[in-house]
Design a protein around this ligand. Structure first.
Ligand SMILES: [Cu+2]
Length: 507
């Protein structure tokens, strides 16, 4: 009996562990991949935030610069009074003989906008770098059907078993072995079983109520992104109304801050073919409302992914969809960009599997495609823009202050991540963190621009290559939209990636 109960508890614990599912900044892509400089040391950092709050964030760090002796990590709120009073730091470990690879973990105690500060010391002196980490409790998922059936069957066995045991005890416990139970014992047994049955039933009903109340309480803290309602208004105006479905009280609808030049970055992807993509920038027209005069848009169903950042540095991606007729709208201007490409075939079959993507104006975008892509592993996604002669493009320009922007979209719609050369953290949050570090070091900006944009701003024309640190959150098929600018032309390259599950961890 005790064994069975222990097994049941184990099964229940496993069910709880699997019942959590990531979601928050970006969509379905909670891990933070960032590249930046801590003084003289160039760091690639992965922060895997906890599934529940309070919970433990896992941190992996690779230094591309040798000579580091020690790295201390501290979790600090990104903004507010508490951001000025960091707790005692923890030291990172070197888990292997690799002197440039470090790991660590930290408790994140509250929901909100955090940063992890890396204080590095080594042969080239000290350096500080901060990685913004939005931390939220995750959504719960319905229990898997199979597991539910097993648990129900086991529950019934326990229920019936207990009633039977009580009945047998009442009927036969005082009889000598082999003796037949007299009618009076049988009656006593029926009464005992009826009482036990009723008591158990009350217990089950009460337990279900209690469980429901606990779940309801917890669900208040589970992250729910702002809701967005999209509507086409006369004059080809796309109207986006934001509303708060209820989450933590601190969230507001009127505290957005610009993130690389715009309050909102809207990706419109024709769905499910993913053959048309727009990167547009709606303007705020009131509290929780954005509007955008649409350019010419082919008819179809579109998925809308809108990135915004709150004043706290907390980023959100709002998701909506809209069916549009063919729209003959304004020309693309400024930072607007459009890409048209081959449709994903039904069944998520990728069509853009080549390493080179031919652009409409004769240029080519090429991807240094790794041989194998594994979920959860960090990669540098490196792309190069070649001119019609196959030479590195010489007329490169920054696109919204950066050498490139990339959107990673899973073909089943469960993942959307807008990534920059500095990684997956929001640029606005990175800047908040970096300015604090600069102030802490005596007001002198310590960064050379690399932390902000992934490149050195002071060295002439941008390079013809761009690199995005990122890792796929899960196995499956993804389409990657990469945007680079040369002259006045914003190019959109498309690449499909089939991502494998990571190998099972050794027990
Ligand atoms: Cu961007």
């Amino acid at each position: 009996m005790t064994r069975r109960i222990r097994f049941l508890i184990l099964v229940l614990l496993a069910a709880v562990a699997f019942a959590t599912q990531p979601a928050r900044a970006h969509v379905g892509s909670p891990d933070v991949y960032v590249e930046g400089n801590a003084g003289p040391y160039k760091l690639s950092v992965v922060v895997r935030p906890p599934l529940v709050i309070p919970g433990v964030a896992q941190i992996e760090l690779r230094s591309q610069t040798p000579g580091i002796d020690r790295i201390e990590i501290t979790p600090i709120p990104l903004t507010g009074e508490a951001s000025k009073h960091p707790p005692v730091p923890d030291a990172m470990q070197r888990p292997s003989a690799d002197a440039q690879y470090f790991t660590g973990h930290l408790w994140i105690m509250a929901t909100g906008s955090w940063q992890i500060r890396f204080s590095v010391s080594g042969s080239q002196g000290p350096g500080v770098f901060s990685v913004p980490v939005p931390a939220t409790a995750m959504g719960t998922r319905k229990m898997e059907r199979g597991l539910g059936i097993i648990l129900v069957v086991l529950g019934i066995v326990l229920f019936v078993g207990l009633v039977g045991i009580v009945g047998a005890a009442a009927r036969e416990s005082q009889l000598p072995p082999g003796a037949e139970a007299p009618p009076v014992s049988r009656r006593r047994a029926y009464v005992a079983m009826a009482v036990t049955f009723s008591l158990l039933l009350v217990l089950v009903i009460f337990g279900n109520k209690w469980w429901g109340a606990e779940a309801a309480e917890y669900s208040k803290y589970i992250y729910k992104p702002l809701e967005m309602h999209a509507q086409l208004q006369p004059g080809n105006v796309l109207d986006l109304k934001l509303s708060d479905p209820g989450w933590i009280k601190q969230r507001k609808l009127d505290d957005f801050i610009p993130d690389h030049d715009h309050l909102m970055h809207l990706y419109m992807v024709r769905w499910p073919a993913m053959d048309v993509v727009f990167h547009l920038h709606p303007e705020a027209t009131g509290t929780g409302e954005f509007k955008l005069g649409l350019p010419s848009v082919p008819a179809g169903d579109y998925r809308l992914y809108a990135d915004v950042v709150h004043a706290t540095g907390f980023p959100e991606t709002l998701v909506s969809s809209i069916t549009l007729p063919y729209i003959s709208g304004r020309p693309l201007v400024g930072d607007d960009a459009e890409g048209t490409t081959i449709a994903i075939k039904p069944g998520d079959t990728p069509t853009q599997t080549s390493a080179a993507y031919k652009l409409p104006d004769g240029y080519t975008m090429s991807w240094k495609r790794p041989n194998i892509l594994i979920a959860k592993a960090p990669y540098d996604f490196t792309f190069e823009l070649l001119d019609p002669n196959g030479q590195p493009a010489s007329d490169m320009a920054l696109y919204m202050g950066m050498p490139g922007h990339a959107a990673f979209v899973k073909t089943d719609g469960s993942v959307f991540a807008h990534i920059h050369p500095s990684g997956s953290a929001s640029m606005a949050a990175l800047m908040i963190a970096q300015s604090q570090n600069d102030q802490a070091q005596g007001g002198q900006p310590s960064s050379d621009g690399k932390n902000m944009s992934g490149m050195d701003m002071n060295r002439g024309a941008p390079p013809s290559t761009v690199s995005f640190p990122y890792g796929f959150p899960s196995a499956g098929t993804y389409r990657i939209f990469v945007q680079m600018k040369h002259g006045n032309m914003i190019e959109t390259g498309t690449f499909d990636a089939v991502v494998e599950a990571p190998p099972e961890k050794q027990q």
